[in-house]
Design a protein around this ligand. Structure first.
Ligand SMILES: *Cc1c(COP(=O)(O)O)cnc(C)c1O
Length: 429
């Protein structure tokens, strides 16, 4: 359920006609619906109402400060994967005791920052990381709460680039090494093992991989209990899929029910790290048709948004629904590749897609662009990153201004001015 609908033939974001937003902010433009963000957060959170839990929204899906503030106000914690995400979360006002920190490559300065902030826990992915965190916490006179991320070796049956819970992936500790790692964690001075963590992949459209991972984790949890290691948290990661096209992913309540059953009789607090399932359908990317073109049999619709603005189709071959912002029931159908202006053949938003015939100047909406959209954008081809707007009912707000040409070159100007230091004349001409 989201709040992007056609009224009288015109796409609205909540109560606002999309063309009105485009007139004010230009294209390409990311538009988010605040009501949809809240609704999706609440759907996920309430699905676990039957068990003690903390819903830690995965910041990497969409890390805009205003969005993080919105979710924090609604009671969400966050899952972060970098020092930059920690900085954003704190800046947005997420309480440190609701922050969990995942990721295979935590650097010293990032661990330091998280220790100073006093986050809830680190999801630790290797023995070396465990030792590093212990040593750093000790030298600050602190004890870091940690979970070990277990790789449960289940096949999430999703795209290989976004599956993380198989033995061959770089993530987590194999089950058979994890026991020794917990024993080590108990002995190390600077860490306190408090939880068990996994994250098996993204855009999962079946419940069974979750159940399988959950069963393995609970087995392992009982082995730990038998060895006198008692934990407080079970972190199931994220990964619930959404409908981009015709997928029918499980509803959060199905996962909630399965989890409640699995942890019955324990006093575990469940941690969830949903990203896409909250963010995915909260946003659209609006783009303007520039040209129509035909090479032989092949038709192209050239738009002003490229793979640098939304990379998912190019990177994963992902499907995004695309429709004209103004409905045109009488227009003949056109089958075309919808492509951007980037100088790469991989630059497309859709291939062989049937849409109603459009003309230069028409607006197209690319749906389900709220997760892994703007956050994965780049300035490739020296294209300033686009603007983001948040809509709530009949109000709208620019939550990230469009970058300028100056934003492109600013970080390079110092090097330009000092080029002489390399023996290269820096004066023009
Ligand atoms: C990416 C990620 C998530 C969120 O995944 P979604 O598929 O967006 O729900 C959660 N936890 C970890 C550790 C991740 O890397």
């Amino acid at each position: 359920m989201h709040h992007f609908h056609f009224h009288h033939g015109v796409l609205h974001a909540e109560d606002i006609p999309v063309p009105e937003l485009v007139a004010e902010y230009g294209t390409p433009l990311y538009i988010y619906s605040a009501s949809t963000w809240l609704r999706h957060y609440q759907a996920m959170d309430s699905a676990f109402a039957g068990v003690p839990h903390l819903t830690c929204y995965s910041v990497k899906a969409n890390s805009n400060l205003a969005i993080l503030r919105l979710l924090a106000q609604a009671g969400a914690g966050v899952d972060i994967v970098s020092g930059g995400e920690l900085f954003r979360a704190l800046r947005a006002g997420v309480p440190a005791e609701r922050i969990v920190y995942s990721g295979v490559g935590k650097k010293r300065h990032e661990i330091h920052e998280a220790l100073l902030a006093g986050i809830l826990l680190f999801n630790v992915e290797s023995v070396q990381e465990l030792e590093r965190i212990s040593e750093m916490a000790s030298s600050l006179g602190k004890t870091a709460r940690i979970s070990l991320r277990i790789n449960p070796d289940v096949d999430p049956k999703t795209h290989p680039y976004i599956s993380t819970g198989l033995r061959e992936n770089k993530f987590g500790l194999p089950m058979d090494e994890a026991l020794a790692a917990y024993t080590l964690a108990q002995k190390l001075p600077g860490v306190e093992p408090v939880g068990l963590d996994c994250h098996i992949g993204s855009q999962l459209t079946q419940l069974s991989p979750f159940i399988e991972a959950l069963d393995r984790l609970m087995d392992f949890y009982r082995q730990l209990v038998a060895r006198g290691i008692s934990l407080r948290y079970l972190d199931l990661g994220g990964g619930l899929g959404i409908t981009y096209n015709a997928e029918e992913p499980p509803h959060p309540t199905e996962l909630g029910a399965a989890v409640a059953q699995a942890v019955q009789g324990t006093d575990l607090t469940i941690i969830l790290e949903p990203g896409r399932v909250i963010a995915g359908n909260t946003g659209i990317l609006v783009t303007e048709v520039q040209y129509l073109k035909q090479n032989g049999e092949k038709h192209f619709v050239i738009v002003d948004a490229g793979m640098n603005d939304l990379v998912r189709p190019s990177l994963y071959g992902s499907y995004h629904r695309i429709a004209p912002v103004t409905e045109r029931p009488d227009a003949p159908p056109l089958v075309a590749d919808i492509v951007g202006p980037i100088c790469e053949s991989g630059d497309f938003l859709a291939k062989n897609r049937e849409i109603p015939m459009v003309a230069p100047g028409d607006l197209l909406a690319v749906f389900s662009a709220g997760a892994y959209g703007f956050v994965m954008s780049s300035q490739y081809n020296s294209r300033p990153r686009v603007a983001e707007v948040l809509v709530h009912e009949d109000k709208h707000l620019l939550i990230r201004r469009r970058e300028t040409y100056q934003d492109l070159v600013g970080p390079e100007e110092d090097g330009l001015a000092r080029l002489e230091e390399l023996g290269i004349p820096s004066t023009q001409g």
